[in-house]
Ligand binder design. Structure first.
Ligand code: NAD
Length: 302
């Protein structure tokens, strides 16, 4: 059996068009567009590249986008004042502080200073609490878990009463996606198990999974014999395992592998995400969806 591929590259295009059309409608009816600010401190090349992709996507969707670049010498007090300024700015619906921040700045203090109603990354403790309560309390589900759930829903995987096993317990992927999958509702309502580094027999848990979500950051951790035949496998892992020359650009690019042995797993699973091209492309588009939602909450039309 060869599994159906769940392609984030394709699904994110559909969501892009949905957001774009909704932005145009809101602009016509209410005369406003979603506003997103990204705050970048210093010149870390990876951070510059992430921020640029986010700003470009926001621009293509018709958002107001602000890229606020600050020197690495900015003090914590100045950064907090900047966040306060955007918290009070009516044209800004989403504030994103690109991590990591320099060592002299308390990252937690800065992130917690963002108005929870503009915290489109969904990492503020208030939004973590809202996610835990579930239902209509949820404002901004964190972007990668939200992307995973979209992939599951849009590829027609039935999660109602299903056994979901999540490998990994990080605050950005494992814990939030496990929490989302156990809530009542579409693409959820599952029986959820979280496994991690202290789990005694990883394989036995994975083998029970109708939906196996792997976010460990260990290339090839999940072996094909751990996969239940016909299961849906979501591989969140992005691991750099080497470099190669791109056929398109002639430049050196990273060779990426997931946490699942993809070639063997696709012969057993019912559906599976590839790496790259699965979960990866979903994160930025979900950030845009959260920013649009933030404006809709403000307008009372969410
Ligand atoms: P993390 O390092 O914060 O957490 C990894 C978790 O996996 C930990 O909770 C740990 O207990 C568990 N784990 C590690 N090794 C294990 C093992 N051998 N057995 C069982 N459990 C194990 O990582 P993270 O931030 O959650 O990211 C996980 C992976 O997902 C990484 O490869 C990361 O690059 C990728 N990621 C991708 C996206 C995206 O595609 N947009 C976003 C976030 C993370």
């Amino acid at each position: 059996m060869t599994a159906k591929l769940i392609l984030g590259t394709e699904i994110q295009k559909l969501i892009f068009e949905e957001i774009k059309s909704e932005v145009a409608q809101i602009k016509e009816k209410h005369g406003v567009v979603p506003g997103l600010v990204t705050i970048l401190v210093g010149q870390n090349p990876a951070s510059i590249s992430y921020v640029t992709s986010k700003i470009e996507t926001a621009h293509k969707l018709g958002f107001k986008e602000v890229q606020d670049s600050q020197p690495v010498t900015i003090t914590e007090k100045e950064l907090l004042a900047l966040i306060d300024k955007y918290n009070k700015d009516d044209s800004i619906n989403g504030i994103l502080v690109q991590l990591p921040l320099p060592k002299h700045v308390d990252e937690k203090k800065v992130l917690n200073a963002i108005d929870p109603d503009k915290d489109v990354d969904g990492f503020h403790p208030v939004n973590v609490g809202r996610l835990m309560i579930g239902g209509s309390e949820v404002k901004f589900p964190p972007c990668t878990p939200a992307g995973i759930q979209e992939l599951i829903v849009r590829s027609g995987v039935d999660t109602n009463g299903a056994e979901v096993v999540v490998v990994g317990r990080s605050n950005i992927v494992g814990k939030p996606i496990a929490n989302m999958m156990l809530q009542k509702g579409k693409g959820a309502n599952s029986t959820v198990t979280i496994v991690h580094t202290a789990t005694k027999d990883l394989a036995s848990h994975c083998k029970r999974a109708d939906v196996l979500i792997v976010a460990a950051g260990v290339p090839g951790l999940v072996k094909p014999e751990w996969i239940k035949p016909g299961a849906c496998v979501i591989d969140v892992g992005v691991n750099r395992v080497g470099e190669k020359i791109s056929e398109k650009t002639g430049k050196k690019i990273a060779i990426l592998r997931g946490d699942v042995d993809f070639d063997a797993a696709k012969e057993i699973a019912g559906s599976i995400t590839p790496v790259p091209g699965g979960v990866g492309p979903m994160t930025i588009i979900m950030l845009m969806k959260n920013t649009l939602k933030s404006l809709k909450f403000k307008l009372g039309i969410a």
